[in-house]
Design a protein around this ligand. Structure first.
Ligand code: SF4
Length: 238
């Protein structure tokens, strides 16, 4: 989540964070409004997972290259105008594989692990692109599907064609992707996206409480939430 010229820009992390915990979104709103400091958390286990995720993605890219596909990588990690333009230029040129494609649409931005050319027509000509994400989990989670829906929607705006499918490549699958039909998740995605857009639109941040949930284990706010729960335990009245 970032604020530029009074507009709150959102990413897949914000979408996934919000479906797991409204308190997390509230804390992030306070950070971009300058009323709360950004948390710094170093978790060795998360670092190991991040490193494994990076190695898995690299192995998939190496596999694509060794299969003879034409691969271009978009440098950097941002979604500034230059990286979006570079991605659009690669799509217009019909490159087969675009690594770390920079996607933007409205208030949303993100980097897709892989954009892969398919033979469905779009504004570029007789081809368009679909999103592939590399994930460490054997089972695809709800958050991953939402991320695929978000990237596919931003991609649709850029290529003026809605991708039919998005794909996940998990480890130990010989890089055979698992494909998901985006239309099957459209209603769920629209609802989740509208919810996070609503609460981040000009809101000063609501008064929420850190309710424990599955996301706490990987959340950067866990230390401050634990502290608040210790100092102000939830009290229930009858
Ligand atoms: S640590 Fe848990 S309760 Fe706190 S913001 Fe994160 S997900 Fe929400």
């Amino acid at each position: 989540m970032r604020k530029i010229h009074d507009q709150v820009l959102l990413s897949a992390t914000d979408l996934i964070g919000h479906i797991n915990c409204g308190h997390l979104t509230n804390l992030d709103i306070q950070v971009i409004n300058g009323t709360l400091a950004k948390p710094s958390r170093w978790d060795p286990l998360l670092e190991i997972l991040r490193e494994r995720g990076f190695r898995h993605e690299q192995a998939f890219i190496d596999y694509l290259r060794s299969s003879g596909l034409d691969v271009i990588a978009i440098e950097g990690v941002d979604n500034a105008g230059a990286s979006v333009k570079e991605t659009l230029d690669a799509m217009k040129a019909g490159r087969e594989i675009i690594v770390q494609g920079s996607l933007r649409s409205g208030r949303w931005a993100g980097r897709a692990d892989i954009l892969r050319r398919v033979s469905t027509p779009s504004v570029f000509g007789g081809w368009s692109y679909e999103v592939t994400d590399t994930k460490l989990a054997r089972e695809t989670k709800g958050g991953t599907v939402l991320q695929l829906c978000l990237y596919s929607e931003m991609l649709a705006a850029m290529q003026q064609h809605q991708p039919d499918f998005a794909h996940v490549v998990a480890p130990w699958t010989k890089f055979v992707p698992h494909s998901y039909r985006m239309a099957d998740f459209a209603a769920y995605f629209r609802k989740a996206k509208a919810a996070v857009e609503r609460v981040t639109e000009g809101q000063p941040g609501r008064d929420t409480y850190p309710e424990p949930n599955d996301h706490c284990d990987v959340c950067r706010w866990s230390d401050s939430c634990d502290k608040r729960k210790r100092e102000f335990p939830r009290t229930f009245c009858c």
